[in-house]
Each structure stands twice: as C-alpha cells, then as structure tokens.
Design a protein around this ligand. Structure first.
Ligand SMILES: [Zn+2]
Ligand SMILES: [Zn+2]
Length: 129
C-alpha cells in the first residue's frame, strides 16, 4: 500500500496517509467553492488511524446544512487547508494538497445542482445528489 503525502503551500503543515483512501469525492456545494477558491472541492477520505500529521494548524469550524460541525485545519502561515473532518473516525484531505496527478479520480460527485456547467465529472463516478 503506498503512502500519500499532502502539504500546505509553504510546507509547514503536512500529512502522510498510509495506504489508499476509503473514498474520493468531488463536491460542488457553494461552501466547498468558497473554501477552495475553486469551482468544486475534491477530497480523499482516510481512516484517522491511517494518517499522521506534522506541523501547526488553525481550526475553523463550519456548521453544515444538517447541523453537523465540519472542522477545517489550515496552515496559519499560508492559509492552505490540509485536512478536515466531521466524523472523528475519518480525515478528509483536499486532493490538490497531494500535488500528484496520478492520484485516483473521484468515485462520487456530490451537490451537482450547484455544479458549474463546464465542470466535468469522471466517467464512472457515482452521482449522489
Ligand atoms: Zn503553509
Ligand atoms: Zn461541499
């Protein structure tokens, strides 16, 4: 099983995930658009025990539509988010933080009602809603 290494823009905050993710998704919701500054978020989900984190992070807690708290951890120096979680058993990592174009594509696509019409969804991805 390969290790996957994610970093913030300045490299201060990093994360190593041992083995492959339990899921990879893309989310088109407006909160993900705001958080990433991009037109969707792509996240890889790992079990918390697969993940080792090094460096300092600042936490931002956002309450989602269903009232659940999402904890975002970003580098206090460069501002890049390196992981987030809402279920303590898992850590989600923005796929871009791996800077690895061979990283597996999203298996699920979420919130397509907010999707920019020019965004493509990988073939075979499940459309959740
Ligand atoms: Zn940084
Ligand atoms: Zn989202």
């Amino acid at each position: 099983m390969p290790d996957h290494r994610a970093e913030c823009s300045c490299g201060q905050l990093s994360l190593v995930a041992h083995g492959d993710p339990v899921n990879v998704g893309m989310c088109h919701c407006l909160a993900c658009q705001r958080r990433t500054g991009s037109t969707y978020g792509a996240q890889a989900r790992f079990r918390t025990d697969q993940v080792e984190i090094a460096g300092e992070s600042t936490e931002f807690v956002r309450i989602g539509d269903e009232g659940n708290a999402c904890h975002f951890h970003f580098c206090p120096r460069c501002g890049a988010t390196v992981y987030c979680w809402f279920d303590a058993e898992f850590r989600s990592v923005p796929v871009g933080a791996f800077a690895d174009p061979t990283f597996e594509p999203p298996r699920v696509s979420v919130y397509e009602e907010r999707m920019h019409p020019w965004v493509g969804v990988p073939e075979g991805a499940k459309h959740i809603f």
